[in-house]
Design a protein around this ligand. Structure first.
Ligand code: ZN
Length: 309
């Protein structure tokens, strides 16, 4: 009975998905849409002949970013233009029931916030409350098992402002956002410019305007994961940050069990999703998570210039 009801809610969720995607495209300013189209790469790294199937999840149980519709369209087109993946977009957590989740090769948490596997507010009735919490635990376990089994997990921007006190999620995502001391044009440093995921930047750091996160002490540590981008440490306003180690990473990859995770903190503003280099970096990270790319994901010691030591 449970299986049937999950199947029915899955089917209803797919209908909802189609509505959401149609609404997203209709809501986007044609000029923004044109900028996204111009920014999209024609191809990515080599992929299997059949496109991967990827879930984009954008449920918010906290702050909601205005850039979600633009982000969904950009990441959907990134997959379809290159032929590397096709997207199912949803805000329904029924997608995380194991039998549904296992139909995807990777999940992208795009600007999710808060405790996304429970209702916005928990029911007052004790039995209903217990049922909601049990369901939440089942979905949490489902996501951890999914990644451990060899699948991919991608986080964009506020994916780290999601489940800030669920340890397994924080370890998979790699960091916990604890504020954004900067929302201006910032200089980004490439950590190991020769890494394939950083090749899109042509070997040089770059400037970008976005809301820039700092991560909780003890998370997002270079000794735990392969860091790809950080704020340039020579930039004077970096002193507004309060990290104990003074390190402000913005993009990274890591293995988790048999699976792979990619996180990029850029993605607050609409314009980020029509930045050609950032889109290519997202694509490379998504392909790493999908298992298309065998790249070095071991942690490295980072020297002052951002290279390997
Ligand atoms: Zn933001």
């Amino acid at each position: 009975m449970k299986r049937v009801s999950i199947a029915i809610s899955f089917a209803l969720a797919i209908v909802q998905v189609l509505r959401v995607v149609t609404a997203c495209v209709a809501d986007i300013d044609p000029e923004v849409m044109n900028r996204i189209k111009r920014a999209l790469p024609a191809s990515g790294f080599e992929a299997p002949s059949d496109p991967h199937r990827v879930l984009i999840f954008t449920k918010t149980n906290g702050f909601r970013h205005d850039s979600i519709p633009v982000g969904v369209v950009a990441l959907t087109r990134l997959g379809s233009t290159t032929g590397i993946y096709e997207i199912v977009h949803s805000e329904d957590d029924v997608m995380f029931e194991p039998e549904n989740l296992n139909t995807f090769d990777a999940v992208i948490m795009l600007n999710t916030t808060g405790e996304v596997f429970r209702p916005k507010s928990l029911p007052d009735d004790p039995q209903e409350r217990d049922a909601a919490l049990q369901r939440e635990n089942r979905l949490k376990k489902s996501l951890v098992d999914y990644v451990k089994s060899g699948k991919g997990l991608v986080g964009v921007h506020s994916a780290t402002d999601t489940y800030k006190n669920w340890k397994a999620y924080n370890e998979m995502m790699g960091g916990v956002c604890v504020g954004h001391p900067w929302h201006t044009e910032v200089p980004i440093r490439l950590l190991d410019a020769s890494h394939p995921l950083n090749a899109v930047f042509g070997g040089r750091g770059f400037m970008i305007k976005d809301e820039i996160y700092q991560f909780r002490d003890g998370t997002a540590r270079p000794q735990d994961r392969r860091m790809l981008l950080s704020l340039n440490p020579d930039w004077e306003p970096i002193s507004k940050g309060t990290r104990e180690d003074g390190f402000y990473p913005l993009s990274w990859i890591a293995q988790y069990g048999n699976g792979r995770t990619f996180y990029c903190a850029l993605g607050h503003r609409d314009e980020t999703y029509s930045n050609p280099a950032v889109l290519r970096h997202y694509l490379a990270g998504i392909q790493y998570a999908l298992g298309d790319l065998a790249v070095d994901d071991a942690p490295i010691v980072i020297d002052k210039q951002g290279g390997k030591q």
